[in-house]
Design a protein around this ligand. Structure first.
Ligand code: FMN
Ligand code: 173
Length: 364
């Protein structure tokens, strides 16, 4: 496999059609889904030359979490749908490559088990230190209207060693995925469940509580969460610059500029097209991480040049996992890393910090 597209093709031919449609699909007409990739295609890179740089340095540090690459794994649900080891395999690939993994609240492996898999793969070496503590694992949270349940989820993630909470705020209702409606995909197959939702307060000890998406969630909930945890809080799914400014006022630590891979409100802009406005609104006061349509090293470089601190990939991780389990995910991450490395050098940059917005031009 030479690039992420080849992993996409491999996944399309191995994963059951109904399940493949679930991971590939978007909301309604899939306008945003297509635009995320197309918008990167409308941008051109304008390199600098003769800058006499060393080999590029790709490390990033986010909320005290060190990573070998500015590409992280965005949270995606249901990894066991495409591979029997599910999130365990994903976590091992993340740990082996020094990649930050954002584990989904809708994971099919519990956060404690994901963390254990990551630790095992790191061989007890985390951040270059033997016995160096917790892996580069973050937990994605949908705030549940029942705050006791939300508190229990946060406590589990914290106990597992998660280093940040990524609160997804673009889902007051479930996205309307017409492919899933047509295919009748409503639930996980027997023997798979959202393990983070098992045995929560107010339910039977072994019961799996459905994930609630609620239009009632508001900034008051965020304020409550802010005081209920000492972990960094990252908001995922902020699109309007006014909401970016509000996030700052509510003590948020970072943003993930994301349209959920085109799976929530259709016809919102591509994330890369929104990035300059969001970066301007934030004014360097917190990191902005972009996801949606990142498929090539050049996409990563464009986003970093326009002010993102890092980028996330969603579907490509699932393609790698479907194609070849842990090895496939590792290969996806390595391919992208090699491409970023080469694209940085070709831009005359010695690190992501050397990338500036003038290196990106819109195709006329
Ligand atoms: C199959 C699938 C499941 C997802 N599950 C979640 C989730 O549980 N929580 C969440 O915040 N985002 C979820 N997302 C959105 C991703 O975090 C991310 O925003 C998106 O996939 C990025 O776009 P990309 O797939 O083009 O890289 C999911 C995306 C996909 C494709
Ligand atoms: O499919 C998704 O995009 C998603 O975010 C999700 C969230 C909860 C349960 C299943 C999927």
């Amino acid at each position: 496999m030479l690039n992420l597209r080849e992993f996409e093709a491999a996944a399309a031919s191995t994963v059951d059609r109904v399940h493949y449609d679930y991971l590939a699909g978007g909301a309604w007409d899939e306008v945003t889904l297509r635009d995320n990739e197309a918008a990167f295609g409308r941008l051109r890179l304008l390199p600098r030359v003769l800058r006499g740089r060393d080999k590029p340095e790709l490390d990033v540090s986010l909320f005290g979490c060190h990573a070998a690459s500015p590409v992280l794994m965005s949270p995606t649900a249901f990894h066991r749908l495409v591979h029997p080891e599910g999130e365990r395999a994903t976590a091992r690939a993340a740990a082996a490559t020094g990649t930050i993994m954002v584990a989904s609240m809708a994971a099919t492996v519990a956060i404690a088990d994901i963390a254990a898999a990551a630790r095992e793969a790191a061989g007890g070496v985390v951040g270059g230190v033997v016995g160096g503590g917790d892996p580069a694992l973050w937990f994605q949270l949908y705030i549940q209207p029942d705050l006791e349940v939300t508190e229990a989820l946060v406590a589990r993630a914290t106990a597992a060693g998660a280093r940040a909470l990524v609160v997804t705020v673009d889902s007051p209702v479930f996205g309307a995925h017409e492919r899933d409606r047509r295919n009748g995909f409503l639930d996980l197959p027997a023997g798979m469940a959202c393990e983070n939702m098992r045995g929560l307060p107010g339910g039977e000890p072994d019961a799996v509580r459905p994930i609630a998406m609620s239009p009632e969630i508001c900034w008051d909930h965020l304020d409550w969460l802010r005081q209920a945890t000492s972990l960094p809080v990252v908001l995922k799914g902020i699109l309007h610059p006014e909401d970016a400014r509000l996030a700052l006022r509510h003590g948020v630590d970072g943003l993930m500029l994301s349209n959920h891979g085109g799976r929530q409100l259709d016809t919102v802009p591509a994330t890369i097209d929104l990035l300059p406005e969001i970066v301007a609104a934030v004014g360097g006061r917190m990191p902005v991480i972009l996801d949606g349509g990142v498929r090539r090293g050049t996409d990563v470089v464009k986003a970093l040049a326009l002010g993102a601190s890092a980028v996330g990939i969603g579907r490509p991780v699932l393609w790698g996992l479907a194609a070849d389990g842990e090895r496939g995910v590792r290969r996806v991450l390595e391919l992208l890393r090699e491409e970023v490395d080469a694209a940085l050098a070709l831009c005359g940059a010695g690190s992501p910090r050397d990338l500036t917005p003038d290196l990106v031009r819109r195709r006329s």
